[in-house]
Design a protein around this ligand. Structure first.
Ligand SMILES: CC(C)(COP(=O)(O)OP(=O)(O)OC[C@H]1O[C@@H](n2cnc3c(N)ncnc32)[C@H](O)[C@@H]1OP(=O)(O)O)[C@@H](O)C(=O)NCCC(=O)NCCS
Length: 183
């Protein structure tokens, strides 16, 4: 069931090292089911913390969705190789109480624009076979779904950057800066 929350309550913005604490807290708030869905397997609190502490790399971009100033969802886009390349992988996580109200979709749209604006040609996403919500989200954004053994690989091929994709990112990030200024 979709809760009666509105997209204007939500702010999607790029995350930086200063947000490290919020990122750790966000991952720790994922329940067993969401952790398994996000990491395609069980992960302990220590494992989550180690992952979160290494999330910023030269070849990664992390965006967060804030609702009432609290980080509730994250999307990560990182190069498959250890330096920025045109082949990337992406992963999303939304906290259990905040799922299914449009946060994942908003993160997906921003991640796609950011990838497109950086000349990314391929985005790969892995999810468990039973993750119907993620499969739906990926299909909705025209990903090709491929059956792997226990998982589904979703593949997207962004177009070259367009004025509209650049504007989408610039407007989104400007909103984030303005919001932080007046916080
Ligand atoms: C998967 C996930 C990222 C989606 O984010 P979200 O904020 O819950 O999703 P949204 O509310 O933006 O969109 C959900 C969409 O799936 C649909 N949906 C919900 N449950 C569904 C189900 N069981 N089967 C099919 N579609 C479903 C909704 O109707 C909505 O579709 P619409 O946008 O066309 O109306 C989030 O649920 C999550 O973090 N899950 C745990 C971690 C995970 O699975 N990560 C993915 C690994 S890449």
């Amino acid at each position: 069931m979709r809760l009666n929350r509105h997209p204007q309550d939500m702010l999607v913005s790029r995350l930086y090292a200063a947000n490290q604490g919020n990122i750790c807290d966000h991952f720790l708030r994922l329940d067993i089911r969401s952790r398994r869905a996000r990491f395609c397997g069980a992960v302990s609190d220590d494992g989550i913390l180690e992952y979160a502490q290494n999330i910023f790399r030269d070849d990664s971009i992390v965006c967060g969705a804030f609702v009432d100033g609290q980080l509730r969802g994250i999307v990560e886009l990182r190069s498959v190789f250890r330096s920025w390349s045109s082949t990337t992988e992406a992963a999303l996580s939304v906290e259990p109480d905040w799922q299914n109200i449009g946060i994942g979709d908003a993160l997906f749209v921003r991640m796609f624009a950011m990838a497109q604006n950086r000349g990314v040609r391929t985005i790969q996403m892995m999810c468990l076979k039973e993750n119907n919500r993620m499969r739906h989200l990926a299909s909705k954004h025209h990903a090709l779904l491929r059956n792997d053994q226990d998982a589904i690989e979703a593949v997207l091929h962004p177009y070259w950057p367009t004025p509209a994709s650049v504007l989408k990112e610039v407007i989104g990030e400007t909103k984030g800066h303005v919001h932080r200024l007046f916080e």
